[in-house]
Design a protein around this ligand. Structure first.
Ligand code: AMP
Length: 423
C-alpha cells in the first residue's frame, strides 16, 4: 500500500521550513516590539470548550471540527482556532490576577478544520494570533489593530486596508438581532436550511452565509451601527478617533460581522489588494470578545484579539527578497573506512566547538562528496584519506577562495575560526 498525506494536509519540506522560520522570526519580532509574549496551549481540548466558546451555531463547530472520543470515552477536539484555548488557560491559570490587568499574548501553530480543501483552504493550517485580555478600552482595540497592521507591513504586503465595524454591546446586539429577524422573516423560506436554523439561534450568522450571499435581502439588511447604545457608540467613536490620530487609513464596513459567536464591539479585517494574494483577500481579522472569559467560568474579563492565517502570510513572503539558505561551516569528506572513524571524531569536535558540520556517511567518492559540499554551501571541505589519517592531518579547502592547505588535527578548529573570521 502506498501512503499519502491525509486530504487537506501538506508536508512542509526543508526548503519551505526555512521560509516558515523566517515568517515566524518576523512575527516574533513584531510581537516583542509590542511587548506581546508567547503562550502555548494544547492542540486538543474538551469538545465542550469549543461548543461553548466558538458557539454551537457556527460553521466551525457544527461542520468542521475534528472530534474524537479518547480511550475513556471523553469527547476531545483538535483545536479549530486559538482563542478558546487561550481564554480557558487564562481562567485556569488565574492570569487575570496580574497588577497591570492587561495580559497580551500571542500563539502560533496548527489549527484543524474539516473544510473542503481548495485554494488556500486546508484541513490542517496554521494561525498566528494575538489576544489582549483584561482591559475594556478602545485604546486596546487600537493597540491590537496597530499590531496586526505592523505584521502585514513587516511582511511587505502592499495595498492593505483595515476594514472595521462594531457589533456593539449586549443591548445593541439584542436590538440588532430583533431587527435582523424582522428583516429576514418574510424571506425565510427562500434561505438555505442552515440560515433557517440560524434565524432563531443567531441571526447575525445569516449575514455570514456563503450559500445565501447573493440573496437580495442580504444587501438591504439593517446595519449594526444603527442599533448601538450610547456607550457602544462612544466606544466605537473613540476607536475611530484614535485611528485618525495615528493616521491609520480604514474603511467602515457595515457588513462585517465575522464568523465566530464571541465577538462584541469592534470587529476588523485586514484586506490586501496585493497581486500576490489576489485582490480583496482577507489576510486576517479579529475583534473584541467581552463575554468569552466569563462564559468559560472566569471573572468578567474583556478581551480583544486577531488571527492571521499563516499560509496566507507565507504567500505574502514569497517573492520578498529571497534569503540565502544558510550553509554549513564544514563538510568532512572521509575516503576509506579508517578515515570514517576519524572523520566522525572530527565532526564531533567541530560541533562541540559550535561549528555547523556534516560528513558523508555513504562512502562515496571524492567527486560526489565535493558536489555535496557545494549543495550544502559548506564554507570549508575537510578531506581525509588514508595518508592523512596516518599523518594526523587533513586537507582543508576554503570553498570560497578554492585555496587548499594541509592542517594538523589539533589546528583544525583554529583554522576554521580564522577562515570564518571568528578569531
Ligand atoms: P478565522 O479564525 O476563521 O477568523 O480565520 C482567520 C484566518 O485564518 C483567515 O483569514 C484565513 O487566513 C485563515 N484560515 C481559516 N481557515 C483556514 C483554512 N481552512 N485553511 C487555511 N487558512 C485558514
Amino acid at each position: 500500500m502506498k501512503y499519502s498525506a491525509p486530504r487537506g494536509t501538506v508536508d512542509i519540506l526543508p526548503d519551505s521550513c526555512e521560509k516558515w522560520e523566517k515568517l515566524e522570526r518576523i512575527l516574533r519580532t513584531v510581537a516583542s516590539n509590542y511587548h506581546v509574549r508567547e503562550m502555548r496551549t494544547p492542540i486538543f481540548e474538551h469538545t465542550e470548550l469549543f461548543n461553548r466558546a466558538v458557539g454551537d451555531t457556527s460553521d466551525v463547530v457544527t461542520k468542521e471540527m475534528y472530534t474524537f472520543a479518547d480511550r475513556k470515552g471523553r469527547l476531545m477536539t483538535l483545536r479549530p482556532e486559538g482563542t478558546a484555548g487561550i481564554a480557558r488557560a487564562y481562567v485556569e491559570n488565574k492570569m487575570y490576577a496580574l497588577p497591570e490587568k492587561l495580559t497580551k499574548v500571542f500563539y502560533m501553530g496548527p489549527m484543524f478544520r474539516y473544510e473542503r480543501p481548495q485554494n488556500g483552504r486546508q484541513r490542517q493550517f496554521h494561525q498566528f494570533g494575538v489576544e489582549m485580555l483584561g482591559v475594556e478600552s478602545p485604546y486596546v482595540d487600537v493597540e491590537c489593530m496597530m499590531m496586526a497592521l505592523t505584521v502585514v507591513k513587516a511582511l511587505g504586503l502592499k495595498n492593505v486596508t483595515l476594514h472595521l465595524n462594531t457589533l456593539g454591546d449586549a443591548d445593541s446586539r439584542d436590538a440588532y438581532r430583533a431587527a435582523l429577524q424582522d428583516h429576514f422573516r418574510p424571506v425565510l423560506g427562500e434561505l438555505c436550511s442552515d440560515c433557517q436554523a440560524r434565524f432563531d439561534k443567531n441571526p447575525l450568522r445569516i449575514l455570514d452565509c456563503k450559500v445565501d450571499a447573493h440573496h437580495p435581502a442580504m444587501k438591504s439588511a439593517p446595519k449594526t451601527i444603527d442599533f448601538l447604545t450610547d456607550s457602544a457608540k462612544a466606544h466605537f467613536d473613540k476607536v475611530c478617533e484614535l485611528l485618525d490620530m495615528l493616521e491609520v487609513d480604514y474603511v467602515i464596513d457595515t457588513n462585517l460581522v465575522r464568523g465566530l459567536d464571541y465577538y462584541s464591539h469592534t470587529v476588523f479585517e485586514i484586506i490586501s489588494d496585493d497581486p500576490k494574494l489576489g485582490s480583496g483577500s482577507t489576510v486576517g481579522g479579529g475583534g473584541r470578545y467581552n463575554g468569552l472569559v466569563e462564559e468559560l467560568g472566569g471573572p468578567a474579563t474583556p478581551g480583544v484579539g486577531f488571527a492571521f492565517g499563516m499560509e496566507r502570510l507565507m504567500i505574502a513572503l514569497e517573492g520578498a527578497d529571497e534569503e540565502e539558505t544558510a550553509g554549513i561551516d564544514a563538510y568532512v569528506m572521509p575516503l576509506g573506512d579508517e578515515a570514517k572513524d576519524v572523520a566522525m571524531q572530527i565532526v564531533a569536535m567541530l560541533r562541540a566547538n559550535g561549528f555547523a558540520t556534516d560528513m558523508d556517511y555513504a562512502s562515496r567518492g571524492l567527486k560526489g562528496q565535493f558536489k555535496s559540499a557545494d549543495r550544502f554551501k559548506a564554507a570549508y571541505s575537510i578531506i581525509l584519506g588514508e595518508e592523512e589519517v596516518q599523518g594526523e592531518f587533513v586537507q582543508m579547502k576554503n570553498n570560497r577562495t578554492k585555496e587548499q592547505t594541509k592542517v594538523a588535527f589539533e589546528d583544525i578548529v583554529k583554522t576554521l575560526e580564522k577562515g570564518l573570521g571568528l578569531e
